[in-house]
Structures are given as C-alpha cells and as structure tokens.
Design a protein around this ligand. Structure first.
Ligand code: G
Ligand code: G
Ligand code: MN
Ligand code: NA
Length: 253
C-alpha cells in the first residue's frame, strides 16, 4: 500500500517519464519515429522499469490514469517535434482494459485536438490479447481510432495464439514481430522460415512489418533481405530519455 501511495504521488509530482526507442527504415536507415516506454524516476530507488511498477498500477487502479498520462505526454511531444521541424511518429502501448473503456476514444480525440497534431503521427500498439479478448468491442474501438486517422500496430506479434482470421480484419497497418522470434534467425533455419513467413504475409496483406529487438548486424542484414520494412533494437539504440532522443533526431537529419 505504501508503494501504491508512492506511485500515486509520482503521477501528481511528474516523476513518471517517457523514454524513446528509435525506429528506422531498413533500407534508407532514416529515423521514422520512436516507441515511447514508461519509466518512474523514484526518489530513492532510481529509474524503475515498467515490469517493476505496472503491476502496482493495476492493483492501485492507477493504470487508466497512467495510460491517460501517456497519451497526453506523447501527443504533446508529437506536437513539439512537428513544431521544431522534425515530425516523427510516436508509438505508445495501451493496456487491454484501457482500450475497452468507454471514454478511451474521447481521450485520444481530445489530446489530438488539444495539441493539434496530425493523427497519423500517433501510433497505438495493441497486443494480440487486447485485440482479441473481446473481439467485437476491440474491433469497434479500432475502427473508431482508424477513422480518426491514428495508426495501429499489433505488438509482440507471433507470441500469442491469435485468431489470425479475425486479426487481419482489423484496420491495423503494422505487425511488430516479437523479439523472441528474431533471436535465432541467423543460426536456425526454422526460426528464419518463421520470420520470413510473417514478413511475407504482412507484405501480401499490405501491412508494414517491424522487427523488434534487433541486436546484431547479421540480423539486420537478414531482415533487410527478407523484405522487412522497419527495425528497432539495441543495435541502433536502447530506449533513451527525451534529451538523448532529440540528439538522435539531429543525427538522423
Ligand atoms: O520499457 P521496457 O523497455 O522495459 O518495456 C517493458 C514492457 O512494458 C513492454 O512490454 C511494454 O509493452 C510495457 N510498457 C512500456 N511502457 C508502457 C506504457 O506506457 N504503457 C503500458 N501499458 N505498457 C508499457
Ligand atoms: O512493448 P514491448 O514489449 O514490445 O516493449 C519492448 C521491450 O523490448 C522494451 O522492454 C525494450 O526495452 C525491449 N527491447 C527493445 N529493443 C531490444 C533489443 O534489441 N533487445 C532486447 N533484449 N530487448 C529490447
Ligand atoms: Mn510495444
Ligand atoms: Na513491442
């Protein structure tokens, strides 16, 4: 309960922060945008990762408030990047329960209107779970988001037991291939076949493929040869704080 109280205070005092991990076009190597990943600057424990506190957020019923903060913060940032002449897409992670809330669409619309951004610069990442645990509700929400012009991506693709047939009827534009699938592509032919199949399927469906967790040049070269569009991983950069991301943007120009 004390930890929950601390998290509540962190939200009020501005001790939550977004870190940014850059995404690059495989072929041009241009910086396309970033995935925003939440951190907590704890006064005593230092920088805390999502797996160290998101469970607390759920227990304290703070997950929605935190999700709303993430939307505000990321949209504000998109507006700043547009204003300073380096517009990039920012991708955020949304929990299944947040997507299912009645006011989720209104929250997203209000943020976009308030900061006057181009809606496609906001990308929402959904897990297969959030797309499929209440498929009709999720489909309705995703259609509304697509109507607003927000970009939709399926995160951690390939790790769930998705109903692919329903998944491909959703108005998504990207598949993010989970990093666990990439781990062995340079040494195991079966791992390679699996990733190639996902990339080919994405291409055939008119979806972009994003490879997450790219750590080596060998993986990058293979992904490029396989027709993957976008890459993200420690080979390029870890998730970094805002000031460091701004520097990456300057290098990218
Ligand atoms: O940030 P890290 O690099 O440790 O991310 C770990 C996990 O935490 C990822 O799976 C990511 O989806 C999740 N995560 C990171 N930031 C957020 C966030 O703002 N909201 C939600 N719901 N999950 C997040
Ligand atoms: O939302 P998602 O679960 O996909 O979050 C991405 C997670 O992957 C974050 O925790 C991020 O820090 C991590 N990550 C990003 N790039 C790499 C990488 O190249 N290697 C590994 N091991 N983790 C990565
Ligand atoms: Mn993600
Ligand atoms: Na991801």
């Amino acid at each position: 309960a004390e930890a929950e109280q601390e998290l509540r205070e962190a939200l009020v005092r501005g001790n939550l922060e977004l870190f940014y991990q850059p995404l690059y076009n495989v072929h041009s190597r241009r910086l396309l945008g970033a995935e925003a990943l939440i951190r907590w600057r704890h006064p005593r424990k230092g920088l805390m990762l999502p797996q160290q506190f998101l469970h607390l957020a759920n227990r304290a019923n703070l997950d929605i408030q935190i999700g709303e903060w993430v939307i505000q913060e990321s949209v504000k940032r998109i507006a700043e990047f547009e204003r300073t002449g380096s517009p990039v897409q920012i991708s955020i992670n949304i929990s299944p329960s947040h997507l299912e809330r009645g006011d989720f669409i209104a929250t997203v619309k209000a943020a976009i209107a308030r900061w006057k951004i181009r809606p496609e610069l906001l990308q929402i990442e959904l897990t297969e779970e959030s797309a499929l645990r209440d498929p009709e509700l999720a489909a309705d929400r995703l259609r509304q988001l697509a109507d607003i012009g927000v970009t939709l991506a399926v995160d951690d693709f390939g790790t769930g037991y998705s109903n692919l047939a329903s998944l491909i009827t959703l108005p998504i534009s990207k598949l993010k291939i989970d990093k666990s699938l990439l781990k062995d592509i340079t040494i195991r032919p079966d791992a390679r076949v699996l990733v190639q199949t996902i990339i080919s399927m994405a291409n055939s469906l008119g979806l972009h493929s994003v490879a997450e967790g790219v750590e080596t040049k060998a993986q990058l070269e293979l992904l490029s040869a396989m027709g993957c569009d976008v890459v993200q991983g420690f080979l390029f950069s870890r998730p970094v704080e805002l000031s460091a991301f701004r520097k990456l943007q300057k290098q990218g120009d």
